[in-house]
Write a protein that binds this ligand. Structure first.
Ligand SMILES: Nc1ncnc2c1ncn2[C@@H]1O[C@H](COP(=O)(O)OP(=O)(O)OP(=O)(O)O)[C@@H](O)[C@H]1O
Ligand SMILES: [Mg+2]
Length: 231
């Protein structure tokens, strides 16, 4: 579903990605871990065309998306749950979700399904987003991604700042996506939570992939986790 091959990405003249490669299969959940500043967010931004790589290739669902504008990549079916959530603060939840709808080659989720996954959402529809709690905001951000009919969802630290119960709900959503055959690439500081729902894992450091393998192996190997992630 996704093939990232040897991308070099820069901010201005500063190179921050040095050729990382990774793949995500159909219906596969892949964790992307690593310390602060490793280049995880930049990898997601490269896939989305927000910070296009200068070298390398990105293929989504069989076609190259290298160099495509972000709105076309979204229409191709790449969904995004950004680390800062990027909800329109002065719009209601209902409005934020309404403008997220689009047609892609993949299944469009319904509002009813979102209410089933995140029960509080139904009662928040008329609220302005600037008044939402962090957890409520994350429900809106994930729902927005799914209403956009993605074939692949990129999560950037979805558990950041959330209570354990909400983190569980987020990870359950990732499992649900997998059951539906949707592919997921999940960046997380909470390595144990992410590894628990992932098939495979990549660890980045200093703009490079420094480890790749099955998620359960890293979950079970505390000393490798300590060495790679310091946790
Ligand atoms: N807009 C930017 N302009 C210049 N440099 C940036 C910008 N965004 C990130 N960087 C630099 O690029 C490198 C990779 O940053 P990135 O945000 O991708 O890391 P990360 O792995 O997501 O880290 P974190 O876990 O802290 O979110 C860092 O050295 C960072 O300082
Ligand atoms: Mg980041």
């Amino acid at each position: 579903m996704l093939q990232v091959s040897g991308i070099d990405t820069y901010y201005g003249e500063t190179q921050v990605l040095f050729g990382p490669s990774l793949t995500v299969g159909e219906g596969e959940v892949v964790a992307l871990l690593g310390p602060n500043g490793a280049g995880k967010t930049t990898t997601l931004r490269s896939i989305l065309g927000l910070t296009p790589p200068r070298r390398g290739q990105i293929v989504f669902n069989g076609s190259s998306i290298t160099g495509k504008p972000t709105h076309e990549i979204a229409r191709d079916g790449v969904g995004w749950v950004p680390d800062d959530r990027r909800i329109f603060p002065t719009l209601t939840v209902e409005r934020n979700l309404a403008i997220a709808r689009k047609k892609t080659a993949f299944r469009a989720w319904t509002l009813g399904e979102m209410f089933e996954i995140f029960t509080p959402l139904e009662y928040l529809m008329k609220r302005e987003c600037e008044n939402l709690s962090g957890g409520e905001m994350q429900m809106v951000a994930i729902s927005r991604a799914l209403l956009g009919a993605p074939g692949l969802v990129l999560f950037d630290e979805p558990s950041q700042g959330l209570a354990p119960k909400i983190v569980q709900d987020v990870m359950k959503t990732v499992e649900r996506l997998k059951q539906e055959g949707i592919s997921v690439l999940i960046v997380e500081q909470n390595a144990v939570s992410a590894l628990g729902v992932s098939d495979r894992v990549y660890v980045m450091d200093l703009g490079r992939v420094v480890h790749e393998g099955p998620a359960d192996a890293l979950l079970e190997d505390a000393s490798a986790r300590q060495q790679l992630l310091g946790m």
